[in-house]
Design a protein around this ligand. Structure first.
Ligand SMILES: [Zn+2]
Length: 233
């Protein structure tokens, strides 16, 4: 079943507050009324990667509430998204702030355009798990205990699945985005490392550098299947 196209301009699903950001914005999760597979699907941990928030929202708005079977976080970093910054309002890269064995206080550097030096500096936080957004996501994960986590980013064009799961293979086959077991560079304090250490299998869904309108056509049907009852076979 799908929501009539004319009604898809508004998010009909009811959200649950799981925390507050540095700037006191809501951290919202959309919880299914019943779930069998319990895959946490999360976007927007990097505020300068809004494509996946829109893609996931398009998928969510196209299905009625009763069809949602997996928990969804549309935006894990609302302050960064409002400001268009990769980091949260404290200048912390949340994807380097998780309390992992390899967390480091050394700054992280990134670039905004390929070919440029990787020289824009962000903090990893005053200590592991220092940021309210990080604390809140850890708390809600420990409460809902997802069977898997899918975390969206852009735009490396890969499905990173270190455990080579059936879910990762299914996403790669459906989207045509290549499956990899590693992004190829160290990511201390990342969400993925924290999830692995805490035995939550995590797949990083890196959308390609394609126009959003094209990605809506290409990926929203697969995202709808991920949100609803998923049969991998
Ligand atoms: Zn990212």
């Amino acid at each position: 079943m799908s929501v009539p196209h004319s009604d898809q301009g508004k998010l009909q699903h009811k959200s649950t507050l799981y925390g507050k950001s540095v700037l006191n914005n809501n951290l919202d999760i959309f919880l299914p009324s019943s779930n069998k597979s319990n895959i946490l699907i999360l976007a927007g941990i990097h505020g300068d990667e809004p494509e996946s928030i829109v893609l996931l929202s398009e998928a969510l708005r196209s299905i009625p509430s009763e069809d949602l079977k997996n928990p969804v976080v549309l935006c894990a970093n609302p302050d960064g998204t409002l400001h268009g910054t990769r980091a949260n309002a404290n200048g912390v890269d949340l994807n380097r702030n998780f309390p992992t064995n390899d967390w480091t206080n050394k700054p992280v550097f990134y670039r905004v355009k390929s070919g440029e030096p990787q020289d824009i500096e962000l903090s990893t936080g005053a200590k592991p798990g220092s940021e309210p957004e990080t604390k809140a996501i850890i708390k809600i994960i420990n409460e809902i205990k997802p069977s898997s986590i899918i975390s969206f980013h852009s735009a490396l064009d890969c499905i990173e699945d270190p455990q080579n799961t059936d879910l990762g293979k299914w996403i790669s086959t459906k989207t045509g985005i290549p499956l990899v077991d590693d992004v190829g560079y160290p990511t201390p304090g990342s969400f993925g490392t924290w999830a692995t250490e805490n035995e939550f299998p995590l797949i990083t869904f890196e959308v390609p550098p394609k126009p959003l309108t094209q990605m809506i056509t290409d990926y929203v049907p697969t995202l709808v299947q991920l949100l609803c009852d998923l049969d991998l076979h």
